[in-house]
Write a protein that binds this ligand. Structure first.
Ligand code: BT5
Length: 231
């Protein structure tokens, strides 16, 4: 495990191979000058305020997204243990308190390695987002994330579903190709979100941004059949 004061992005560093490439190498930065979200979005955090770290995995499970789910669950457990903040997961891999984002996870692959980067808001959060609190140590949160990771069961499927707040909700999934509205029914063993639309078609979503919608009586959403993987 390495802690640096400043870097561009802990994900970029571990992917570049300039740091340790040993399975489960951890890199934490007190500040990122080019922190990234998914789709090249920006991950914001003022110097020293939040927990920013990435883990490199070289032993990749058959379904690589399991690594992301494990890190998300470990971050959720650590947030409650260290700061008493109860969060839940939002598909594919955010941590929410209510509907406010507490943490985001970005998984990237390079050859034989998968890098899972996590940003947890500790001392600072942008407007509308959640944080753990002022007197919480980022290093202690990281230590607890790693401990919680080790304590996860071999089969995390049931635990992931139990804490996935997206399930059972009326959602809109936005992908580059389509927008799917419906009820989030389940997550497939491969990590796809199964969404039942108003026409009774179940869509399998590999990627996308989810908007949690309030269930409405007499929902008038149109039937959509332009999703990537209708079943
Ligand atoms: C994510 O992307 O949520 C993944 C964030 C991963 C960040 C970690 S930090 C360590 C490692 N190194 C990196 O460079 N990245 C990883 P996404 O779902 O695309 O969400 C990004 C969006 O969240 C942005 O477009 C903003 O709207 C919002 N956002 C940015 N900073 C935030 C923050 N600190 N808290 C809550 N929301 C934020």
């Amino acid at each position: 495990m390495e802690v640096v004061d400043e870097t561009t992005s802990t994900n970029a560093d571990l992917l570049s191979g300039k740091n340790s490439q040993v399975h489960r190498s951890v890199l934490m930065a007190r500040h990122q000058t080019a922190g990234r979200g998914r789709l090249n979005r920006v991950w914001e955090a003022p110097p020293g305020a939040n927990l920013l770290f990435s883990i490199l995995f070289t032993d990749i499970p058959a379904v690589p997204v399991e690594l992301t789910h494990r890190v998300g669950l470990a971050a959720m457990i650590a947030s409650e243990r260290i700061a008493g903040v109860v969060a839940r997961l939002k598909w594919p891999n955010d941590l929410l308190v209510g509907e406010a984002k507490l943490a985001g996870i970005l998984a990237q692959r390079s050859g034989e390695a998968v890098v899972v980067g996590t940003g947890i808001n500790v001392g600072w959060a942008p407007d509308g987002a959640a944080r753990l609190g002022d007197h919480v140590s980022t290093v202690e949160v990281l230590a607890e994330v790693l401990r919680a990771y080790d304590e996860l069961p071999a089969d995390i499927g049931p635990m992931y579903r139990e804490h996935l707040g997206t399930l059972g909700q009326q959602v809109r999934v936005e992908t580059h190709a389509a927008e799917i509205s419906g009820i989030a029914l389940d997550v497939s063993p491969e990590g796809q979100l199964l969404v039942l639309d108003a026409c009774g078609i179940t869509h399998r979503c590999d990627v996308g941004d989810v908007v949690h919608l309030r269930p409405r009586s007499g929902d008038t959403s149109e039937c959509r059949s332009d999703a990537d993987h209708p079943e």
